[in-house]
Ligand binder design. Sequence first.
Ligand SMILES: Cc1ncc(COP(=O)(O)O)c(C=O)c1O
Length: 416
Amino acid sequence: MINTIPEVKRKFNVEEIRSDFPILKRLVNEKPLVYLDNAATSQKPQQVIDALNQYYTFDNANIHRGLYFLSELATDQYETARLKVKEFINALSASEIIFVRGATEAINLVASTLCRARIFKNGDEVIISHMEHHANIVPWQLISDRKQINLKVIPITDDGDLDLDAFKSMINEKTKLVSVVHISNTLGTINPVKKIIEIAHSCGIPVLIDGAQSVPHLKVDVQELDADFFVFSGHKVFGPTGIGVLYGKTEYLEMMPPYQGGGSMIRTVTFEKTTFDDLPGKFEAGTPNIAGAIGLGSAIDYLCQFDRNGLTLYEDSLLKYATEQLLQIDGLRIIGNAKEKASVISFVIDGIHPYDIGTIIDTDGIAIRTGHHCTQPIMQRYNLPATARASFSFYNTKEEIDKLVKGLLKVKKIFA
Ligand SMILES: Cc1ncc(COP(=O)(O)O)c(C=O)c1O
């Protein structure tokens, strides 16, 4: 019997939630940890840690091959995790869920296999945006070894919104795919992906959505969006590292050749010819990250105890509060003021390098990200070497934002 996502909703209480995440109790530099780097990776609730522990302590075996108890148990848990992902993003079928290492591998898989499927011809175009993570830029450049694919880049406004008119004018008969980020990990912009998909589909063009930052913040429904591909990473959504998801519509996944060859993805092998497994096996060569998938399933269970919209509203309140408080700091400028934003704030302070900001507040146990955030084109767009970035999850509090502000005032004092 398969257990899918629980129906009953747990009441939101931030203190109770914090106690589910053991790392939030630790000290850093003798101060309570203030973890504000959730866009890089999220922390893990005890139940995810327990699921990994349980698997390795009691249930470890390889999957899809053994006819003995443990192998069947591990297979059942792995496939149950796939079903949870299917429900979580509302895919039509579990066979449209491919387990991969993360968003990066998912995009590489799509780029490489579409290229080998001869869907791309020399001179074809892929439209991305100026706010893509490197994971949605470099894979398209790599396939240029095999096919000469031109990247077209949707510009962004000074506030960090996509220029949709420019997007519409870029589409032409050479456009083969649109691949855009749902939420920018640097600017926090929530892109109107449903609209983008509608526009692309009206011209018969498939769309890939990079959901690495949206899945932790928003309830995602791939059928409602009508996304052709949707990718995300387990570690940003309270699950383990090394596991992620490629969702693809069956019609595309059927058309694409395997990404890697090896065990599990085959039906028959001779030295002359190999026939491939059905979906999703065709794309899961070798022993997969079994524990990772089980841990991701547990993270989905954890998240789905709550009303997701309630979590989003709470994060929105943190975003609003943090924006107001940070803007009180003289010389602080927020990079990314889009109309629709998730709880990610990039900022710079006049005359102080972001690395200095990050290093100094770390002495007070405050973890933020500094650098280009794997979005160098955004830094070029705003003519900046780097930014500091605070990104909030539903286990963060206004008190933690106050500590961040206090830390930044201390930095300013040091540099005064
Ligand atoms: C928007 C976006 N896309 C893709 C990625 C790549 O994710 P991963 O490194 O987990 O593959 C990230 C990671 O920061 C991201 O923020």
